[in-house]
Design a protein around this ligand. Sequence first.
Ligand SMILES: O=P(O)(O)OC[C@H](O)CO
Ligand SMILES: [Mg+2]
Length: 282
Amino acid sequence: MFQALPWLSGAPVGWTGTPHTSRPTFPRRNSPQISLSRPPMASSVEAAATARAPRATISHVIFDMDGLLLDTEGFYTKVQEKILARYGKVFDWSLKAKMMGKKATESARIFVDECGLTGLLTPEQFLEERESMLQELFPSCTVLPGVLRLIHHLHANGIPICVATGSHKRHFALKTQNHQEMFALMHHIVMGDDPEVKAGKPSPDIFLAAMRRFEGNVEPSKCLVFEDAPSGVGAAKNAGMYAVMVPDPRLDVSYQKEANQVLSSLLDFKPAEWGLPPFKEE
Ligand SMILES: O=P(O)(O)OC[C@H](O)CO
Ligand SMILES: [Mg+2]
């Protein structure tokens, strides 16, 4: 239906190459490194063309889960702060940035190494210690702003959507038990303990597996990934896909530089900018 739109047939303006190697020339809303002022336009016709040109023509959408669809990242932070406090240390956002989005075993190793806990706590003990606290918290997680509107919109317009999460099967079940209606709209779900996911994000494994499970022959350059974690954005770019990042505002802006677009919330996402069917109000 959206292919009939006339402005989708031309070459994208404001995009200079492949998703992995080049960056869009559009300013990002909350990135202080990029000026919000634009150079003067040659004519109002050029200005109008630039305003309408999509950044890419996306056919398939892949969603991260923790911190993107569900507000579960706060639970990990809370529990890890608690464990670290026992060793007289403070959990900070540079450590959080390294751990988030990864498989549990990988983030446990990072926690122990980065906090200098070798000899005091093993990654396995860390996972065991946080497990009961997390299990109690996960079922109370809520859906983040803009998520339901976007998922229902894409689904209703026939855009294939899926989830690719570093979370393993057991945690996935706890987190999603109260949100089954939303996850039922996904074509498929790939989890961190899937045999095809050899390495966690930023390895492209999980997003390439997610892409292959869509019907037909899907190209990475037609896939848009939504992520909150630096490792997840890296994984999307390593897979040759486009990445929209919705970071926690406490994450340093330096972690945003690989993303094709940075949003404060999914409420700000405009599908037409990516060649996707627009919201009615867009
Ligand atoms: O952000 P996700 O959905 O890949 O999940 C990764 C971990 O479970 C939490 O950081
Ligand atoms: Mg995430």
